[in-house]
Design a binder for this molecule. Structure first.
Ligand code: DC
Length: 224
């Protein structure tokens, strides 16, 4: 089946706190494309596991929710779990500390990837995650790999948490990001890596607007 007819997919991958979600959202709104935050879907699944009293480190127990929970985006593009807006809860430390385990389980990934591909079907879309260019939307017209130094990413996450009212230290953010980088890039199935045809963009010294501008340049250079 032809997945799309004259639609453009933009895949943005990169490690935790590289700024993907912020810039991908802005970019999508500028282009009038749909924005999909796939990390939010892994977080929502993790929240479901925690809420069910299951252990996220236990793959078999975590798998037991596949097909039994509904993860979706509402009309305001907020992530929902069984119809309830969980956009705030998925940012909790408890979820952040466990999501990499959930994201390393193949059957859960296949479940969420199939939802992601359905959402992207026949739409102009900006999708961000870890495996969008390498797996979910392998035929995306534009692929960007957004990176930044780990210390800068920890600094950004620390500020973001503070703004959202989550008490953490810079050191805890750095530790969490390093741990997630390791798990995300070392898992067997669909590890975080740059697609061969993706363009690398380093945001360490760039402002949000500068990153969006660079992305627009990349998209234009591809003829879109
Ligand atoms: O982008 P984020 O920090 O909200 O992602 C949360 C976790 O989900 C992160 O540990 C990596 C994982 N993830 C993934 O494995 N594949 C994706 N497409 C998106 C996120």
């Amino acid at each position: 089946m032809d997945r799309k007819k004259n639609c453009v997919s933009i895949a943005i991958d990169g490690p935790s706190a590289s700024g993907k979600s912020t810039v991908a959202k802005l970019l999508a709104s500028k282009l009038n494309y749909l924005y999909v935050d796939t990390g939010a879907m892994y977080r929502a699944y993790t929240l479901a596991v925690i809420k069910a009293g299951l252990d996220p480190k236990n793959e078999e127990a975590s798998n037991s929710l596949i097909g039994k929970i509904e993860i979706s985006f509402n009309e305001n593009n907020k992530i929902t779990l069984n119809g309830e807006d969980v956009s705030k809860e998925i940012r909790d430390n408890d979820v952040a500390n466990n999501v990499s385990y959930i994201a390393s389980y193949k059957n859960i990934r296949l479940f969420l990837v199939s939802l992601q591909q359905k959402i992207a079907d026949n739409k102009n879309i900006v999708m961000d995650g870890r495996d969008i260019g390498t797996y979910v939307l392998k035929d995306a017209e534009v692929k960007i790999f957004l990176n930044a130094d780990v210390e800068e990413r920890a600094r950004r996450r620390f500020i973001e948490n503070k703004e959202n009212g989550f008490e953490t230290s810079y050191e805890a953010c750095l530790e969490n990001i390093k741990k997630r980088d390791y798990i995300d890039s070392h898992r067997d199935f669909c590890p975080l890596r740059q697609a061969e045809d993706a363009i690398l963009l380093d945001s360490t010294k760039l402002s949000i607007d500068e990153v969006v501008e660079k992305m627009e340049e990349i998209i234009r250079s591809k003829g879109f």
